[in-house]
Design a protein around this ligand. Structure first.
Ligand code: SF4
Length: 354
């Protein structure tokens, strides 16, 4: 059981970020914000995939105008992603952004930051202080040692946080991102030590989905397992829905996400296995597709270790040569021939549903 670090809780419209609230999955739209129709379609796709807050880039005045139209048409809270421009930040807040993301590497003017804070206070918007390693001027040279990089990211963040605190603003979420997994883990450990604000986890420039998946799972998963992290974004060069699906997988693997869907456990198979477990598991997965209940179903390749390993499953198939055994909550209830296993499991599933 993962013990989450205690944090302040930040309100982002209907969503709460911070422990003990569930970890929030977020993602970004990837079309021009000024193309309101396409942007809206992406927001809706993300929301139905399980994304709880959606971030939208607001780089131009035209995007601010479009952002205002999009906010009106969706129920999922929106975050405006702001770089370089205090004017864009204030326009987005006034348009109804539930939260804005500021990059301390490119909005540095103290008076501008204070104006943004006043606007956020007046409109009840939260702010993410999102440090990016690549945006820090002193870190643009390749020969800066890793230890110094982490220290400089933390220093940049601390300056910003102190300014917000002095201005009496505490609805802040912190993030420090790098493309480097080890540095992302280290800097977030230090942020968690130093601050009680909720933390947004993610890598920058993680790559194509197939590469981003592993790097993100290691960086985000390591931190989450240590109780650090309150909202996550998996950056993928590609469809944003992929980001949400990978984020769900990461949370699920740590027991931090409980979808209203079955969880399928499959043994890795070994020399004791007497049937095609992968084929059987795929058939079971198809049967489970339409089940909307958080049950656990196991497919195990033998009766030597299978029943023990599947003991906490609601239903399990433990296979033997030419036949298999159905277990319910760890108790053997049926023995059936191999070709009838799926039908027998389907009947038991119906029984479980009632
Ligand atoms: S359940 Fe049986 S077949 Fe599967 S990995 Fe364990 S021992 Fe091997």
């Amino acid at each position: 059981m993962i013990k989450r670090r205690k944090t302040r809780v930040v309100k982002v419209d209907s969503v709460r970020i911070g422990s003990p609230w569930p970890i929030v999955i977020q993602s970004m739209t990837k079309v021009a914000t000024s193309d309101v129709a396409r942007c809206l379609r992406q927001v809706r796709r993300l929301a139905s995939a399980g994304c709880s807050v959606v971030r939208i880039a607001v780089p131009t005045k035209a995007d601010s105008v479009a952002f205002a139209k999009i906010v009106e048409k969706v129920s999922v809270p929106l975050i405006a992603d702001i770089h370089f421009s205090a004017a864009r930040a204030i326009e987005a807040i006034e348009a109804g952004a539930a939260k804005i993301r500021l990059n301390p590497g490119n909005i540095k003017n103290r008076a501008d930051i204070l104006r943004i804070i006043e606007s956020a206070k007046a409109h009840g918007a939260a702010v993410r202080i999102g440090v990016n390693e690549a945006s820090i001027r002193d870190l643009k040279k390749a020969d800066v040692p890793a230890g110094k990089r982490v220290g400089l990211m933390l220093k940049e963040m601390t300056k910003y946080v102190r300014l917000f605190e002095k201005a009496g603003f505490s609805d802040i979420v912190l993030s420090a991102k790098s493309a480097d997994v080890a540095r992302t883990i280290e800097v977030n450990r230090q942020i968690a030590e130093k601050f009680s604000y909720p933390i947004h986890l993610g890598l920058t420039h993680a790559g194509l989905a197939e590469d981003a998946k592993t790097a993100s799972a290691v960086a985000i998963g390591t931190l989450l397992a240590e109780g650090i992290g309150d909202t996550i974004r998996v950056s993928v060069a590609g469809d944003s829905v992929q980001e949400v699906l990978i984020a769900k997988e990461i949370l699920k693997s740590l027991g931090l996400y409980k979808p209203n869907k079955p969880e399928l456990i499959v043994c890795p198979t070994c020399g004791r296995c007497q049937i095609d477990v992968v084929k059987l598991a795929r058939q079971v997965k198809r049967v489970l597709k339409d089940v909307n209940r958080p049950i656990r179903v196991a497919v195990m390749g033998c009766v030597v270790n299978g029943p023990g390993e599947a003991a906490d499953a609601d239903l399990a198939i433990c296979a033997a040569k030419g036949r298999g055994f159905i277990y319910r909550h760890g108790r053997k209830i049926k023995t059936v021939s191999a070709n009838k296993l799926i039908a027998a499991l389907s009947i038991e599933l119906k029984g479980l549903r009632h």
